[in-house]
Design a protein around this ligand. Sequence first.
Ligand code: FE2
Ligand code: FE2
Length: 148
Amino acid sequence: MDIYIRLTADHEHQRDLFERITDTEGDTRARKNLWRQIKVELEAHASAEEQTFYAELMSRPEGSDKARHSVAEHKEAADLIKELDDIDMSSPAWLKKLKHLKDRVEHHVDEEEKEVFPAAKKLISSSRAASLVQDFNQRKPAEKEKAA
Ligand SMILES: [Fe+2]
Ligand SMILES: [Fe+2]
């Protein structure tokens, strides 16, 4: 197990949550429930990822541009989440913005997997990539509690 496999497992979970919520309708318990899960998952994943993987990548001069770009995309997703929370969940505007968030998150995780991780593999040793899993697994539950 290394940090890339661990982070990709979270990404798969996020893709799945977005697929499921786009099948829900209106102001229903299913939609509310999935929306709460998406918010907590996205916030906790991004925070734990920044404190472990991106902190490591940022410390390498050749990795800092990619790390900064990803952190900016985390902020963009967090802003969209705030905007969604201010819109009535049963309105077409909410679903439209949700689909925008889904597109942006899918773009972000695809980019991490296809561009950031391959670049990071050249800069971070495989033993560090393995030990980052423990760091991430320690941070994530604490960040989930904060986000809940
Ligand atoms: Fe990310
Ligand atoms: Fe990620």
